[in-house]
Design a protein around this ligand. Structure first.
Ligand code: COA
Length: 172
């Protein structure tokens, strides 16, 4: 995986060495207003990150890519994530601590990741699933030129009734 540079930020390929710093970032309860929960412990997170260093799903069929986002002042703010499947289909996700919301960091980081996914991983169609009440996520995806997916795509992707699916082509 390449290290990505954008707007003074550095997107570093995530490794187990990031676990201590990321545990602090991911302990922010505001992140989990709509879904998921914080990591149980630093050890749990380190172990999880170690597994993710394979950059593959357990069955090997997908590439699982994670970059942590380092700000110009060297603090970690969050991470961006991509699941690269067959035929250029790629799911993305992103999590930033709330101290770093409202500054465009997520926008710049996700856009840089999308460019890398297209250039280095053959991504053509991008997908994102999120809870429909998560208006920040919706606004971020709109700014990134995603649009709501068609009903058939909802069925194909197994989207739950309280979730929204948005999509975009990579433009490369
Ligand atoms: C979803 C999430 C990443 C959005 O973060 P965000 O900071 O709102 O997103 P952006 O980086 O696009 O920032 C947008 C805000 O920064 C402002 N901004 C400032 N400079 C900007 C710039 N250069 N470019 C874009 N936006 C900029 C925008 O005006 C906007 O302000 P607003 O919040 O008042 O509307 C964040 O809320 C989060 O991590 N939530 C928890 C995890 C989660 O729910 N993830 C989604 C499921 S995968």
């Amino acid at each position: 995986m390449n290290t990505l540079l954008v707007e003074g930020m550095t997107l570093e390929p995530q490794t187990s060495a990031h676990a201590d710093e990321m545990f602090a970032v991911l302990s922010d309860p505001a992140i989990y207003k709509y879904e998921n929960e914080p990591p149980a412990s630093v050890e749990w997170l380190r172990n999880r990150y170690r597994q993710l260093e394979t950059r593959r799903s357990p069955d090997g069929s997908q590439q699982w890519l994670n970059w942590v986002v380092r700000l110009p002042d060297s603090r970690l703010a969050g991470y961006v994530q991509a699941t690269v499947g067959a035929e250029g289909h790629c799911h993305i996700a992103y999590i930033f601590a709330s101290a770093f919301w409202g500054k465009g960091y997520a926008f710049e980081s996700v856009e840089a990741m999308i460019a890398e996914l297209a250039a280095s991983y053959g991504a053509r169609t991008l997908w994102a699933v999120f809870k429909e009440d998560n208006s920040r996520s919706y606004r971020l995806l709109e700014r990134l030129a995603f649009h709501p997916a068609a009903p058939a795509d909802y069925r194909r992707h197994g989207v739950e009734s309280d979730e929204m699916l948005m999509t975009r082509v990579s433009y490369l």
